[in-house]
Design a protein around this ligand. Structure first.
Ligand code: IMP
Ligand code: MG
Length: 185
């Protein structure tokens, strides 16, 4: 536990607690269950940030779902988007005619999901909706409809519950604002 305590010491503050996350994810699962009644959506998780959210959310969706993952990158390891989207790992499934729900950790500039949504439609998806754990609307650079989101957050760099800085902090159960001294040094 000593090392986890050190990770928490890198946070300026906790923004969303694990209890708040659990409640919101459960609610979102119920809403998706209602909205997709009679369907078999394809849950498309965006690696790696969304894995924690994804694994919790899928168990609150009371429908048969198909699971797939992609890895895309617009970031590198810095805290600012480069605006260039690269597919690092593609889908395993042919998504022709599928109702796709893209499960993402956070929408920031919107560049990644704006690109990805168009890409999925071009590949024949019947529908594409976006389910994001976090949304930072103040940072948007391109237009994007976020169909489902659990929390709107201010413009700050956050970590935990899947979100990282340089691959660390993903396993924090809560979401916190990373102290700027960590990435400015
Ligand atoms: P966008 O294309 O600018 O919307 O970038 C979205 C991606 O940037 C997310 O999937 C995250 O991987 C990353 N990102 C954006 N903001 C944060 C943050 O506050 N903490 C950690 N990762 C972030
Ligand atoms: Mg991500």
């Amino acid at each position: 536990m000593a090392d986890m305590k050190a990770l928490y010491e890198d946070l300026d503050r906790i923004l969303v607690t694990k209890e708040e996350i659990a409640e919101a994810v459960k609610k979102l699962g119920a809403q998706i269950t209602r909205d997709y009644a009679g369907k078999r959506p394809l849950l498309l998780g965006i690696l790696k940030g969304a894995v924690v959210f994804y694994s919790d959310l899928m168990r609150f969706i009371d429908l048969p779902v198909v699971c797939d993952f992609m890895s895309v990158s617009s970031y590198g390891s810095a805290t600012k988007s480069s605006g260039v989207v690269q597919i690092r790992k593609d889908l395993d499934h042919d998504i022709t005619g599928c109702d796709v729900i893209v499960v993402e950790d956070i929408v920031d500039s919107g560049v990644t999901l704006n690109y990805l949504s168009r890409h999925l439609i071009n590949r024949g998806a019947a529908s594409v909706k976006i389910a994001a754990l976090l949304d930072k609307p103040a940072r948007r650079r391109v237009e994007l409809k976020v169909d489902y989101s659990c929390f709107n957050i201010p413009d700050a760099f956050v970590v935990g519950y899947g979100l990282d800085y340089n691959e660390i902090y993903r396993n924090l159960p809560d979401i916190g604002v990373l102290a700027p001294r960590i990435y400015e040094k």
